[in-house]
Design a protein around this ligand. Sequence first.
Ligand SMILES: Cc1ncc(COP(=O)(O)O)c(C=O)c1O
Length: 419
Amino acid sequence: MKYVGLDAKDKIIRRFAEYVNPGKVETFQSYDMQFVFGRREGPYVWDAQTGKRLINCHCNGGVFNFGHRNPKIVQALRESLDELDIGNHHLISEQRGLLAEKLSSLMPGDIDCTVFGVGGGEAIDLAIKLARGYTGKFKIISARGGYHGHTGFALATGDEQYRAPFGANLPGFVQIPFNDIDALGIALDNKTAAVIFETIPATLGMPLPDPDYYKKVAEICRRVGALLIIDEVQTGLGRTGKLWGIQNYDTVPDIIVIGKGLSGGIYPMSATCFRRQYMDFFRQNPFIHISTFGGAEVGCPVAAAVLEESSKPEFLRNVNNLATIFAEAFTELKKKHPRILVGLRQLGLMMGIEMVNENCGPLLTKSCYDHGILAIYANNDKRVCQLLPPLIIDRQVAGEIIFGVDAALKDTADFLGLK
Ligand SMILES: Cc1ncc(COP(=O)(O)O)c(C=O)c1O
């Protein structure tokens, strides 16, 4: 291979520590998890030197919904490289127009317009800019423990632990408990520009909202003229068994943000999609938001291929069939591991393994790793370990994952001496 495993493992790690991030290296050394991403194919990744194999159930939060190096997605990039490059972000773009038109055909309600970005945080920033710019209001309400990214306004919606080293938070940002309609009713007023939630907050450990939560949220937002921004960076593109997670709640928000999986794991792409009426803001201010690489033309056919594949009924059917397999398996695992397992938080393949205490998430992460599964705990609720397999796996790989998690649950409970 030309790019993988060129040096001895120690050298790869030492170089990374010296030039990129020594703290990360020390953290992974302390867990004895010094995995170096090497060869990758479908649901699997192999260590660059030892050949240790992991099934990727982290998937970077949905980047690898189609597995690693999916042939159809790779082919889309190969072909676009023959004709395209980044393009020009000020001029009219054929590819960006086509991709936005495709998104419009797939988005719920009259969410017809799109501004493209590179990453999720940037697209969230734009959603907040648009909400403030259009409404002329300032206040932004988000969920305590939610996560929308590490850039400016996205960071301001998030938890203090990620903001504290950088000074006081920006004014106008308010956090409330998730899935608490009364708390929202109190926080929401006629100065509110927007309410922003992840459909299912991943970093908070995948708590599922009440079935009618979002309908109520949308209703009270409309009453005061606040926009509802739904972050589908993780829940979008089929993860929950529907193309968009919010469709499970029969609600059409005002703005939907997508990222991660739109890249196909191959070319970065994010999108802020919004109802047509908000286009007035950009008509008056066409150059108010600029992103040099946002919606890079060479990546547009990649994102188009992702949308094409993700919206196929057979693809979504596979996600739902797999979801049933995991649901049934976890019912059995719960009987088998009552010491540690509380249950599976699940909507489609958006899954969180809920356990009895905060030590369990990090330890299960390590045990899963030892049993060949890459699954990372939820940082804002460490009782939960996120389980996000690629959406294209078959029954056999699902069985391998369940087998590994079963063994990891036992090891974790034993290690913690749970009775
Ligand atoms: C729900 C959600 N929104 C936004 C983001 C930010 O995306 P990015 O890291 O591409 O800026 C993330 C990233 O993990 C996320 O999980």
